[in-house]
Design a protein around this ligand. Structure first.
Ligand code: CDP
Length: 787
């Protein structure tokens, strides 16, 4: 990695910030000792399978469960009608909509849950579920948001009183009048119509639950694939009417989430209800196909963008209209005072005074979509839009795309920067990141090679994306889930022997929290990271938090961790003063100990102090533990510059990534190795989306992409090699200057890949190409250009 990093303050033995500490969680994963939901086996446990709709839109005339009930080993068959008796046929979603738990009136997407079978064995349950017979009356399937919003389209959500169209929401941001005025003055208006296709986060582990409701105690223990166990517990309390203290959600090891494990799925609710009624534990674990056809999709956004520019290359304003296909239920997690997420950064890394953005969401007969698939809100789509537009603007003006960007970047001294859509970017140095990426890739030489190659019919393309990101929701006044403020929490207990346990409200799904959060404590207290155990994902044993998604763990829970450690250091200082018989003002902190100013030999270590806290605390309250709830003052704004070089074969349309240079800035890094892993993952996902990964539907609403033969995910074979660089611009408001990084590369990189292919196609005057950029599409673009 090309780096501008500073030396760590702590030794490798202590392992504070900046050390590439090996992931402590890996030992159990590598030895097959992980503990996932499907590993859970409880005495007397039953298994559940779900009968799903084969149709996208149809009225249910009857449901016959008799054959299923007759199968030996079947304990119960649950239908929506049965659930309705417990007021559980519908549930609230995290976006304030409602969703059918088991369909009673209509089916609204292919794969929707209609009935569930509980049996002694998973295979018996599935066989019986297949024997359920449902009689339907076909209704027109609506598979595009455009058709959905036409006046004569059938109303998909006729269950909702007062719902007279298929519109889910309509939001706008910015100043329309001022933006129109800026456009009237522009020398040119650059346009782009593009579609960000529907894709699926497809974590390695599918969703599942083992619900164990003890009828004697009323205690419900739910082992669940949850990215947000505390928020889910509150939702369960509200949905099922169970007292919250009687619900314990345990989210054990999670095999990837990427936003897929944020929503509450019908399967969780039915398994819990079944366990409650039957009085035995019930396990439900999705198959791969069930996961791919029915759980939280991402993207599916139609976008039209316009950039007003002057002939000498200054951006004057931005106008964007977007239309989102939300599927049949609005069930991702959106803050109630939502200022449509894409607004945050749709103006990109560029400085111009005005913008106007409007967005609509429409119901369709598809599985619920719009989850923040490895992104905050809809910022992946926004970032893609602006970076494609900027590249197009440079072509129209005959300018080099890098030069056009440099000319319009928000400058380093303009931060904190108020964007035209009303968000305050905390910090950035976009010019530095792009310059470093250009140096690393050898920008000028490649441009030269490209020009020379064109004479011989060779197609080389160089594509840039200089993205800005936004991660770390809240502040709680602006961001919430069902009214729950988006803060997070950390509880730290230092035991008498100087070893510690850190409990968090967030929940890792593979990001390495057990490794990195211990490093924050190590930095603040000088306790070796290896002496600190990190615990997450158990609502009875961790403080309340809103969970892990949208790269919020480091900006929010990371800050809470630093703050609780600092609070304990304050208490430790009092105890140190007592032990050293000095006044607190006379003490100085160095890593892991206090000493008397001017007398370094007169010192006590943090371990000595921990022991004293339980044996000789002086006037202080005994013990050394605390909890901190952190409501961030603002989001953090990581950024980066990616440059992709591609070779395109004009005869076949095939394109190959020759170089991918990625310069990221996530502020202060806790663990450089883990950050690198996060970026590699994101760059791979960006490549996937740009080249192959999408889910489509036929006219009848059949999901094309219900398995990994149809839904293509790149393997190591196709994935390009990445060259990483970094700049370090600390977040000014985060206690340790860190910003999130988990999603940056997924958000930033798709535009770089597509811009590179577009660049290669410039000799043919190609104006646009949509993702996934398949060889067929490239070939057709060349052919249609008439050259
Ligand atoms: O919320 P999520 O864990 O998905 O994302 P994140 O906060 O961006 O963190 C992803 C992983 O990268 C965690 O293990 C972080 O501790 C680590 N990280 C880091 O080491 N330094 C940063 N500046 C940001 C994240």
């Amino acid at each position: 990695m090309t780096t501008t990093e500073h030396a760590p303050l702590t030794t490798p033995e202590v392992g504070g910030l900046g050390h590439s500490r090996k992931r402590v969680e890996d030992a159990r994963f590598l030895e097959g000792r992980g503990n996932y939901v499907d590993d859970m086996t409880l005495p007397g446990m039953l298994h559940m399978a779900i009968h799903r709709s084969p149709l996208a839109h149809a009225r249910i005339l009857s449901i016959d469960t008799s054959e299923a009930e007759a199968v030996e080993g079947v304990v119960a068959v649950v239908t929506g009608e049965l659930l309705a008796g417990y007021n559980l046929a519908w549930m609230p979603t995290l976006s304030g909509d409602t969703q059918a738990v088991l369909a009673t009136d209509k089916v609204r997407f292919q794969g929707q849950e209609i009935a569930a079978v509980i049996a002694t064995d998973r295979y018996i349950a599935q066989d019986a579920a297949d024997r359920i017979v449902v009689e339907y009356e076909d209704l027109e399937p609506i598979v595009t948001p455009q058709r959905s919003l036409e006046a004569d389209a059938p109303i998909i959500r006729d269950d909702k009183e007062g719902q007279e169209s298929n519109l889910v929401y309509e939001w706008e941001s910015g100043d329309k009048v001022a933006t129109d005025a800026a456009f009237a003055k522009a020398d040119r208006i650059v346009e782009l119509d593009t579609f960000y296709p529907r894709s699926h986060p497809s974590p390695l582990e599918t969703c599942g639950i083992v619900a164990d409701v003890n009828s004697a105690t009323g205690q419900a223990t739910l082992y669940m694939t949850s990215q947000a166990p505390h928020a889910h517990r509150t939702v369960f309390a509200l949905v099922a009417g169970l007292p919250e203290q009687n619900i314990r959600i345990v989210s054990p090891d999670i095999g990837g989430g990427f936003g897929n494990k944020v929503p509450v799925y019908p399967g969780y609710v039915v398994a819990t209800a079944a366990s409650l009624v039957i009085g035995k534990p019930v396990k439900w674990v999705e198959t791969r196909t069930e996961n791919l056809i029915s759980t939280g999709f991402g993207r599916d956004y139609h976008m039209h963008g316009e950039l007003a520019v002057t002939n000498d290359g200054k951006i004057l304003g931005l106008r964007v209209e977007m239309l989102s296909d939300q599927g049949a239920f609005f069930s991702d997690a959106q803050p109630t005072k939502f200022r449509a997420g894409l607004f945050h950064i749709v103006t990109g890394s560029y400085d111009y005074p005005v913008a106007h953005v409007s967005t609509k969401g429409a119901y369709t007969n598809k599985a619920p979509g719009g989850v923040a698939y490895r992104c905050s809100f809809r910022v992946t789509e926004a970032s893609y839009m602006i970076e494609r537009l900027v590249q197009n603007a440079a072509y129209e003006l005959g300018m080099d795309p890098a030069e056009f960007r440099m000319k319009n970047f928000i400058k380093k001294d303009q931060f904190p920067y108020l964007s035209p859509t009303g968000f305050v970017y905390d910090s950035g140095d976009y010019e530095k990141a792009l310059k470093l990426a250009m140096e690393m890739v050898g920008y000028d030489e490649i441009q030269k090679e490209k020009a020379e190659g064109r004479a011989d019919g060779k197609l080389v393309g160089i594509g840039i994306a200089s993205f800005t990101e936004v991660v770390g929701a809240g502040h709680g006044d602006d961001y919430d889930i069902l009214g729950l403020r988006m803060f997070d929490s950390a509880e730290l207990r230092i035991h008498p022997t100087g070893k510690a346990i850190l409990k968090l409200g967030v929940k890792s799904q593979g990001q390495g929290h057990e490794t990195t959060f211990a490093q924050i404590v190590a930095e603040e207290l000088g306790l070796p990271a290896s002496d600190i155990k990190v615990v997450e994902g158990d609502t009875d044993n961790t403080p309340y938090g809103l969970g892990t998604y949208a790269s919020r763990s480091t900006p929010v829970a990371g800050a809470a961790t630093a703050m609780v450690a600092r609070n304990l250091r304050e208490k430790a200082k009092k105890i140190a003063a007592h032990l050293l018989e000095a006044s607190e003002e006379d003490l100085e902190w160095e890593v892991g100990k206090f000493h008397v100013k001017g007398d370094p030999d007169s010192s006590v270590t943090i371990q000595d102090i921990a022991f004293a806290a339980y044996t000789n605390p002086g006037d202080s309250e005994p013990g050394l533990e605390g909890v901190h709830y952190y409501d961030p003052p603002n989001m953090t704004y990581p950024f980066g510059s990616y440059i992709v070089v591609v070779d395109v074969d004009p005869a076949t349309g095939q394109w190959k990534v020759r170089r991918m240079v990625a310069v990221d800035d996530c502020g202060v890094k806790i663990n450089p190795m883990i950050v690198e892993g996060q970026i590699h993952g994101g760059l791979t996902e960006g490549y996937a989306m740009s080249s192959m990964q999408h889910i489509s539907f036929d006219e009848a609403g059949n999901c094309i992409g219900s398995n990994f033969m149809d839904y293509l995910i790149p393997t190591a074979w196709e994935t390009p090699r990445f060259e990483l660089g970094e700049t370090v611009t600390p977040s000014p408001h985060h206690p340790i200057g860190a910003k999130g990084v988990g999603e940056s590369a997924t958000v930033g990189s798709p535009a770089a890949y597509v811009n590179a292919v577009m660049d290669a196609l410039q000799p043919y005057g190609v104006k646009n190409i949509d993702m996934p950029v398949s060889a067929d599409r490239v070939w057709a673009a060349i052919k249609n250009s008439g050259s």
